[in-house]
Design a protein around this ligand. Structure first.
Ligand SMILES: Nc1ncnc2c1ncn2[C@@H]1O[C@H](COP(=O)(O)OP(=O)(O)OP(=O)(O)O)[C@@H](O)[C@H]1O
Length: 299
């Protein structure tokens, strides 16, 4: 388990991470979203033990993490721009990691080298952006980390490799209870993978919630009338957190289950009514809008 308590990191006058407290349970797959400069990479670098916090603590399995080779050996961080030496190949880096990482698996390394379509003996810095990320992933996953931190990992990966990565991560979580924290601007990718989401804004954690919990009880509903019901507040008694209207067609975001609100809507005698779940992006917009924030300035 990762325990983040009062965590702060400053760069001059900028509080990149500002007094953040959150726990990440083992086996969780956490999506980290937020606007540019909201502090996601800085948080990941502190989770990876790269940056020393200016305040607060990160504990991994109850142990102070910064500068601790024991907890750092259980973690792997792929930054948004993975760094390799000029002459590094996957094979030469693997040679180094075999000694550095206690859980390194030769079997896993061989399997991943056969799955990812890159040349493990070619200099990594000559590879394309997506291929460099594949190289970083082969090495990261071969260390069998208990905690895996990924910064914009989907960036540059082609659709086939993206799909493969999601399957590999799901497999790691199911088989090894690996804990994964992924910073990404791509809510669609996170939606497939994560069971928890954290929304950061200006160094603060604005929202931290299970995806099922976020999804539960929010529906996007379209209702059309041939003739409008003759009452001043048509949707009175229905917990609609947002209503837009285009002529006799209404689009509502409703809090509640279909069993609760459908009978009330049907009693209005609509020509058409349909309810569908919200996408993650729409849920965020609703949740943050309800909390008084303009999500478009945050995501
Ligand atoms: N090494 C650094 N030196 C000075 N300022 C920094 C440094 N690293 C980050 N910052 C500042 O800290 C803030 C948070 O940056 P960070 O990279 O963590 O944001 P982010 O959420 O990852 O952004 P993005 O979505 O653009 O990747 C920004 O204001 C950034 O300019």
């Amino acid at each position: 388990m990762i325990e983040i308590c009062g965590l702060t990191k400053r760069f001059g006058k900028v509080n990149a991470v500002d007094n953040m407290t959150v726990n990440i349970p083992n086996g969780a797959v956490v999506g980290l979203v937020g606007s540019n400069g909201s502090g996601k990479s800085t948080l990941l670098r502190m989770l990876a033990g790269v940056y020393a916090p200016d305040g607060g603590t990160v504990k991994v399995d109850g142990i102070q993490h910064f500068d601790n080779p024991v907890t750092k050996g259980e973690c792997f961080f792929i930054p948004d721009f993975p760094y390799f030496y000029n002459t590094s190949t996957v094979e030469s880096t693997a040679f180094l990691y075999r000694r550095l990482y206690p859980n390194w698996s030769e079997q896993e390394y061989n399997r991943l080298c056969s799955i990812f379509p890159i040349n493990i003996n070619a200099p990594i810095i000559n590879m394309s952006k997506g291929m460099q990320r594949q190289a970083a992933l082969i090495l990261a996953l071969s260390t069998c980390p208990k905690y895996l931190f990924l910064d914009e990992i989907f960036d540059g990966l082609d659709p086939v490799v993206r799909h493969m990565l999601k399957s590999l991560l799901a497999e790691k979580v199911a088989d090894n209870k690996t804990t994964v924290v992924i910073a990404s601007h791509n809510l669609r990718e996170l939606e497939d993978l994560c069971d928890r989401l954290c929304l950061m804004h200006r160094g603060h954690m604005m929202l931290e919630r299970g995806i099922d919990d976020l999804r539960h009880g929010l529906r996007k509903v379209q209702v059309a009338f041939t003739e409008l019901p003759y009452k001043p507040n048509i949707f009175e008694g229905i917990n609609a957190i947002n209503i837009t209207r285009n002529g006799n067609i209404f689009n509502l975001t409703i809090k509640g289950t279909e069993e609760e609100f459908m009978p009330k809507l049907k009693a209005l005698n609509p020509a058409f009514v349909s309810a569908i779940p919200l996408t993650l992006e729409e849920i965020f917009i609703s949740e943050m809008g309800a909390a008084g924030y303009d999500i478009h300035s945050i995501l």
